[in-house]
Write a protein that binds this ligand. Structure first.
Ligand SMILES: [Zn+2]
Length: 270
């Protein structure tokens, strides 16, 4: 039994010496946490502004997110990366995280045309296979309806997802639990998980349904998707009354490659 004693002591010491990985006040950040958050957002602002300008913000790497920060905000970021949505009273599903795939391709340039006004959409990216499937699907939709759907949101790097979460924290009273109801943590979004790559669609007149899902639901484009999207490997992630209790999102579809579908078709969509 003797050899186990040092190990046991090391484990006990570790319990006391290692700072808890989860020390944030998730209901509402403490004043010093808010100060660190503000310093962090200020430090990130120039780099993010430049990346938004050239359209690469959405592909943000972890290295680029940490690079402009000193040690204190880096440790603060680490705490957020360690957060688990399951501990925040959410029903979020953990998909996994993946950096931008090597075969990612830009979508567009894309524009909506509303009341005769041409509005550019922010640059978007999709993995090659998903982009090709999307194009095939839109060619078929166009042949049937004379309409296409545009990609309002495609791939979002996990580091960008975390940046968005931090950016929206002040707008939700610095409450992590409240922010989590509106912005997914890294790993909890199909947008950051290429094996189930999500697309948020917007129609050519700028109807995206985010504010008025019933408007998107009434579109002929949506009716067409319901009948034909599966033929192209696209599936509605959050139908009405879905098991995860996530709000109905008629605009949010994800792609599954055909070999993946055979493996997972029998399992219910999380
Ligand atoms: Zn979405």
């Amino acid at each position: 039994m003797a050899p186990r004693l040092p190990l046991l002591l090391a484990v006990i010491a570790g319990l006391f010496l290692t700072p808890p990985a989860f020390a944030l006040n998730v209901q509402r950040l403490e004043p010093e946490e808010i100060a660190t958050l503000e310093a962090l957002l200020t430090a990130l602002e120039p780099a993010l502004a430049a990346k938004k300008q050239d359209g690469s913000a959405i592909l943000l790497t972890w290295e680029a997110l940490y690079e402009p920060l000193s040690s204190e905000p880096r440790a603060f970021l680490d705490q957020f990366r360690a957060l688990k949505a399951e501990g925040l009273g959410a029903t979020s599903h953990y998909f996994g995280e993946a950096g931008a795939p090597s075969d990612i391709v830009p979508v567009g340039p894309q524009h909506t045309l509303k009341h005769g006004e041409l509005t550019p959409l922010d640059p978007q990216y999709l993995p090659r296979e998903v982009f090709d499937a999307y194009q095939r699907m839109m060619d078929a939709m166009h042949a049937a309806l004379g309409k296409r759907l545009l990609v309002e949101s495609g791939y979002r790097a996990p580091a960008y997802q975390l940046y968005l979460f931090l950016f929206y924290l002040p707008k939700h009273g610095h409450s992590v639990t409240e922010t989590n109801r509106f912005v997914a943590l890294p790993g909890y979004s199909e947008h950051g998980y290429p094996p189930r790559q999500a697309i948020d669609f917007i129609n050519e007149e700028g109807i995206n349904g985010e504010d008025h899902p019933e408007e998107f639901e009434a579109l002929p484009e949506y009716q067409w998707l319901q009948q034909h999207a599966a033929e192209f490997g696209f599936f509605l992630s959050y139908p009405r009354g879905n098991a995860t209790n996530t709000a109905f999102e008629p605009w949010h579809w994800h792609y599954e490659s055909s070999d993946k579908q055979q493996a997972t078709r029998s399992t219910p969509t999380p």
